[in-house]
Design a protein around this ligand. Structure first.
Ligand code: EPU
Length: 332
């Protein structure tokens, strides 16, 4: 049995039957297993129990940078720590990633959920992804379109039949600093360099989100829900301060799950050893020594309070695993 407490950012004391650290593509050729789960740093997972299969840790490293006209193409290993890569890039004045600063986790894990913050999603920056299909034993390359990026989703998340191991990610980045300042609270920053933007974004993040090194958490626990225009109007009639975001589809609007949870009276609560973060209700935290079932129970409580208050059923953003593998919230 292998302890997974340092491979899940909730810091839960769970273990796996076996654990293999993968440092090269060649190593993947040798792996022929029935039940596998691929992790980077485990920043977006909730284990409800011990895991009966083998956990593969993506530690493929290496960064190559080349110029392509006005752009840079940056190809890096899936196991490269995302924030360390961003730090290196801004030190060379290569920009585009700054809004994703201080997000925990690895580069290889980032496209799976199409992570995003402050108006930028990693999918927007992807040139191509190299991945190894562990069932068919082939190495493949997908361009951005094939990755099918959507809000906190991608081909790699939706494709459940064969385990896909992201070995290298190539990003298309800028040599000219053209910051995305579209997000509320970022507009006012007026940064002069990628380094300055990165520093300010990291500060913003720290004000709202707990550092998983100090307080176990997996970032936003739920996705921001999408509602129809009728539902939006119904809520706007009741709440004049309802935060609303447009989506790419006409007639559909995104609401802020954190706001809904907060308004439902669930910000900063504690049940047993689990709670919601005082400065951002969307984050469920391990207040120290939490067991998996306490995190699950708290999430279920929050979900039902929001459903009762607003008639909206929140969907988890974290991926949930039991002994056999990934399960949906409804299967819990
Ligand atoms: N709000 C409250 N109370 C709260 C939390 C939020 O009233 O307890 C309000 C805020 O005042 C704001 C709105 O809700 O008006 C949205 O809050 P925020 O700007 O913090 O962003 P979010 O929609 O809650 C999303 C991402 C975060 C990302 C931030 C910043 C999702 C599920 N979450 O949160 O991503 O960092 O935007 O871009 O899309 C993550 O995915 O793990 C994550 C942390």
């Amino acid at each position: 049995m292998h302890d997974l407490s340092s491979y899940n950012s909730f810091g839960l004391h769970v273990s796996a039957q076996d654990l293999i650290v993968v440092q090269s593509e060649a190593q993947l050729d040798e792996i022929d297993l029935e039940q596998v789960l691929i992790l980077g740093k485990g920043s977006d997972v909730l284990f409800t129990d011990d895991y009966d299969g083998t956990v593969l840790i993506d530690e493929i490293k290496g960064v190559q940078i080349e110029r392509d006209g006005p752009d840079y193409l940056v190809r890096a290993g899936g196991g490269v720590v995302l924030d360390e890569l961003i730090a290196e890039l801004v030190s060379r004045n290569i920009s585009g990633m700054e809004n994703l600063s201080a997000i925990p986790g690895t580069l290889g894990a980032a496209p799976v959920q199409n992570i995003g913050a402050y108006g930028v999603e990693i999918g927007d920056l992807i040139e191509e992804i190299e991945f190894y299909d562990l069932e068919r034993h082939v190495l493949q390359t997908f361009d951005r379109e094939q990755c099918a990026f959507a809000y906190r989703s991608s081909y790699f998340k939706e494709h459940k039949s064969d385990p896909l191991f992201i070995s290298r990610v190539t990003l298309r980045l800028n040599s000219v600093f053209d910051p995305d300042l579209s997000y509320k609270g970022v507009r006012e920053l007026d940064p002069k360099s990628p380094y300055e933007l990165r520093t300010r974004i990291a500060q913003l993040r720290r004000q709202k989100l707990p550092d998983p090194q100090e307080v176990g958490n997996a970032g936003s626990f739920f996705k921001n829900p999408v509602v129809t225009e009728d539902k939006l109007k119904e809520l706007q009639a009741r709440y004049s301060d309802l935060p609303v975001y447009r989506t790419a589809q006409p007639g559909l609007y995104k609401l802020a799950a954190g706001w809904l949870i907060d308004k439902a009276g669930c910000r900063g609560i504690t049940h047993g050893h689990a709670g919601t973060w005082e400065h951002q209700a969307l984050v469920i935290v391990n207040r120290g020594g939490a067991r998996p079932h306490e995190i699950v129970a708290l999430a279920q409580y929050v979900r039902s309070e929001v459903a009762n208050a607003f008639g909206i059923l929140l969907e988890p953003e974290v991926r949930v695993y039991n002994r056999q593998g990934e399960i949906s919230w409804e299967q819990l």
